[in-house]
Design a protein around this ligand. Structure first.
Ligand code: AMP
Length: 217
C-alpha cells in the first residue's frame, strides 16, 4: 500500500466527504483532518476562534481564510501527519489551496465526490452527527447501530444547525462559487479524480480507492 498519501476530498456539503475520509484514513492508518469538526469543537468550547467562527458557520458562509489556514498549518505540523493525512473540508477556496502550496505541502490525490444539488438537499435532511467525537451518520444511508447513539463514543446523535434546508441552499451556492474552482486548480496539477457519489457508501469507497491508486502509482 502506497505510503505518504496526502489527500484532499472535495465535494458539496453532504456529498459524503467525511464518511469516505474516515474509511480511507483507517485503511491507510493516517489521520483525517476536518476543519468543520475543528471549528464545531472550538464553537462548543467557546474558544476565541470558535466565537469568531460561529456567526459564519450558522448562516452557511465560510470562515475567513486566515483563520482556517492558521489552524490547518498548526495541525499539519504535528507528528501524526508526517506519514500522510486526509483533508476533509479544506481547502475550500483558491487562496486556501495556495496557502498549502506555500507551506510546501505536496498533495498527491484529490477526489471530488460529485452529487447533484437536488440529491444533496434530500440527503442533508437525514444527516445526524455526534457532537462529542465528530462522527457522521445518515438515517437511511449510513445509520448508527441503534439509530440514536454514536457507535464510536455512545453520545446521543444530533442534527447540525447548518443542515437546515435554507442554510444548505446557501452552502451549495458558496460551494459552487468558491470551492468548485479548486477542481481546475488541482486538475492542472494532474492529481484530480472525479468520483460519482453512489447510493451505497461502500460503492463510493471502491471508486475512491481506485482513484487513489491511479494518482499515487
Ligand atoms: P463542514 O463540516 O466541512 O461542512 O464545515 C462546516 C462549516 O465550517 C462550513 O460551512 C464553514 O462555515 C466552516 N468551514 C469548514 N471548513 C472551512 C474552510 N476550509 N474554510 C472556511 N470555512 C470552513
Amino acid at each position: 500500500m502506497k505510503k505518504n498519501l496526502k489527500m484532499i476530498f472535495l465535494g458539496a456539503p453532504g456529498a459524503g466527504k467525511g464518511t469516505q475520509s474516515d474509511i480511507v484514513a483507517e485503511r491507510y492508518g493516517i489521520p483525517t483532518i476536518s476543519t468543520g469538526v475543528m471549528i464545531r469543537e472550538a464553537i462548543k468550547n467557546n474558544t476565541e476562534m470558535g466565537l469568531a467562527a460561529k456567526s459564519y458557520t450558522e448562516k452557511g458562509a465560510l470562515v475567513p481564510d486566515e483563520v482556517v489556514i492558521g489552524i490547518i498549518g498548526e495541525r499539519l505540523s504535528k507528528e501524526d501527519c508526517q506519514n500522510g493525512f486526509i483533508l476533509d473540508g479544506f481547502p475550500r477556496t483558491v487562496p486556501q489551496a495556495e496557502a498549502l502550496d506555500k507551506m510546501g505541502v505536496e498533495i498527491n490525490c484529490v477526489v471530488s465526490i460529485e452529487v447533484a444539488d437536488e440529491k444533496i438537499v434530500e440527503r442533508m435532511s437525514g444527516r445526524r452527527v455526534c457532537a462529542k467525537c465528530g462522527a457522521s451518520y445518515h438515517t437511511l444511508y449510513n445509520p448508527s447501530n441503534d439509530g440514536v447513539n454514536c457507535d464510536k463514543c455512545g453520545e446521543a446523535l444530533s442534527i447540525r444547525k447548518d443542515d437546515a434546508p435554507e442554510v444548505v441552499k446557501s452552502r451549495l451556492v458558496v460551494y459552487h462559487e468558491q470551492t468548485e474552482p479548486l477542481k481546475e486548480f488541482y486538475g492542472k496539477k494532474g492529481v484530480l479524480v472525479l468520483v460519482e457519489g453512489q447510493e451505497e457508501v461502500k460503492d463510493t469507497t471502491k471508486l475512491t480507492l481506485e482513484a487513489i491508486e491511479s494518482t499515487t502509482k
